[in-house]
Design a binder for this molecule. Structure first.
Ligand code: 5RP
Length: 224
């Protein structure tokens, strides 16, 4: 099965998993990326009406609006019952690397604001130790060199993501060469560097459940 077919498969499984949580009174959070796009498509095809959604990017906002879903301001919704989003990597403890689509800061805000974070991915994203996928950092432009030097001191190899400006007007540094054995510790350390808006490690607010698509079907992972 192609990777895209797995993404569609896990999006359908996610819809079945959270169908009971959807109604016209309960806004939800929706993330960014090709897997999440499949989820938005499935939601649209279902015809199920929801109260609206908080979007983690302008791209997701446009996709939601195209299918008639109201896009809401997180400041007006308060705590969300549900957030659905993809990931670039996940480990057995439900820690994630996110930000391949440069939307990590808004994604982290919505994840923190949500009671239940459902992560959807295909099995290529599953690793024992995070770090094979370069860790994205959203960085204030004037701090690019400073943050780069600090990241080298932490053992990483930063690369400037050429031509990318985030929805918040910042840049992305992708950190190569990390083997992340202490995700919470590294998340804290990187977020302490002045100029880092946030890093793409989701360890302090990991996923609650991960649905993972493989050739043999979709499995549900929960924290042990
Ligand atoms: C965007 C993200 C995405 O969730 C992540 O990049 C996975 O994307 P895809 O579903 O296209 O594989 O974190 O910032």
């Amino acid at each position: 099965m192609s990777q895209d077919a797995k993404k569609r498969q896990v999006a359908e499984a996610a819809f079945d998993r959270i169908r009971d949580m959807l109604d016209t009174h309960t806004p939800i959070g929706i993330g960014t990326g090709s897997t999440t796009n499949h989820f938005i498509d499935v939601l649209g095809e279902s015809g199920v009406q929801i109260a609206g959604a908080v979007a983690s990017s302008e791209a997701t906002r446009e996709r939601l609006e195209r299918i008639g879903i109201d896009v809401l301001d997180l400041n007006s919704t308060g705590t969300l019952s549900l957030y659905v989003d993809g990931a670039d990597e996940c480990d057995p403890r439900m820690n994630l690397i996110k930000g391949g689509g440069a939307a990590l800061t808004r994604e982290k805000i919505i994840a923190e604001a949500s009671r239940f974070f459902l992560c959807i991915a295909d099995d290529s994203k599953r690793v024992d130790v995070l770090g094979r996928f370069p860790l994205p950092l959203e960085v204030i432009p004037m701090a690019r060199s400073l943050v780069g030097r600090k990241v080298v001191e932490l053992g990483g190899d930063p690369a400037y993501r050429q031509g990318v400006v985030t929805d918040n007007g910042n840049i992305i540094l992708d950190i190569h060469g990390l083997s992340i054995v202490d995700p919470k510790g590294l998340e804290t350390a990187i977020n302490q560097i002045p100029g880092v808006v946030t890093c793409g490690l989701f360890a302090h607010r990991a996923a609650d459940t991960i649905l993972l698509a493989s050739d043999t079907g979709v499995v549900e992972l929960t924290r042990d």
